[in-house]
Design a protein around this ligand. Structure first.
Ligand code: MN
Length: 304
């Protein structure tokens, strides 16, 4: 387990020392890895960049509720040039956090390939069926991409290989860029929740969110993966494969509000934030805003 980095400005006073007896409601792990991208990298800088901005965000939710929730930040998974060994370390450290009585495990990528070991650790922690939601412009359902089964375009396809994740318990939200292979996979597995960006525009994010809650209502636990390119690049330009025509940060927040209220979400990641490609930290700040609102959702669920 990495050591807690001594940086008192992190998480705006929400952070407490690691403790087995009194774990914080939120456990955070950074996974600064960007060796699996198809085009432009830089996501390995995201965890530290996002943490560095925490002193500049108000310590309340967007509705003015003071955040009193507590955070344990476990730091980052140490770099390792051996890809297989690195993913093994990610899985092992994630498993410890997921099983550590936090109400929510929060992972900061990294490119989307890190979702493969993160979800593996998650699925293996539960005996019953689990759910997987991916807010993303891409479905990441390719079996092999650019010569590798662990690229950032393979994440959802690898996740389905976990025995307790059925295609009927997967939901994609914000889709607007496809490989033929992915369309074929969806045609063969029509139980997948498949919500395009255009669906969101035409039918409204609240309708879509309630459909996702209904789809996943019988699972034991849900993993929420937020690829920042699911949000429109007018809001989050600092990412390697931006896709126009997407929902705004506003829609993303409304979506998360509904699914956190309606589903047992036990882990979440934010991936594909690339600080070197960003403008005025707007993308890192979007990630941080989402995190603080999610902290508020977890806090509210606890106290009501
Ligand atoms: Mn994506």
């Amino acid at each position: 387990m990495p050591k807690l980095v001594d940086h008192h400005t992190r998480w705006s006073g929400l952070e407490i020392p690691l403790s087995q007896d009194n774990p914080a409601e939120i456990g955070i792990l950074g996974v600064p890895f960007d060796n699996a991208v198809s085009w432009r990298g830089g996501t390995r800088h995201a965890p530290e960049r996002i943490r560095s901005l925490t002193p500049h965000l108000a310590n309340t939710t967007e509705e003015g509720i003071p955040l009193k929730i507590r955070v344990n930040d476990y730091g980052d998974v140490e770099p390792d040039l051996n890809w297989e060994r690195y993913f093994g370390a990610v899985e092992a450290q994630a498993a410890k956090i997921i099983s550590s009585r936090h109400r929510l495990a929060f992972f900061l990528g990294g490119d989307h390939s890190v979702g493969i070991p993160l979800f593996k650790a998650f699925a293996r922690n539960f005996s019953g069926p689990v759910g997987y939601i991916q807010f993303d412009s891409h479905a990441d359902l390719a079996d092999n991409f650019e010569g590798h089964p662990w690229s950032h375009a393979n994440t959802a396809r690898r996740n389905i290989e976990q025995s307790n994740l059925s295609p009927n318990h997967i939901a994609f939200v914000g889709l607007r860029s496809f490989l033929k292979e992915e369309m074929d996979y969806y045609a063969a597995h029509p139980g997948i929740g498949w919500h395009t960006a255009r669906d969101i525009y035409r039918r409204g994010i609240e309708t879509i969110a309630h459909e996702v809650v209904e789809q996943l209502k019988d699972v034991e636990a849900v993993y929420m993966s937020l690829d920042i390119d699911g949000i429109d690049p007018s809001c989050t330009p600092g990412t390697g494969t931006p896709e126009h025509g997407g929902p705004a940060t506003r829609e993303c927040l409304e979506f998360l509000r509904i699914i956190f209220a309606g589903l047992p979400i036990k882990a979440m990641d934010i991936v594909e934030v690339s600080p070197p490609l960003d403008i005025s930290d707007i993308t890192s700040l979007a990630a941080l805003k989402v995190m603080y609102e999610v902290f508020g959702f977890v806090q509210t669920l606890k106290t009501t």
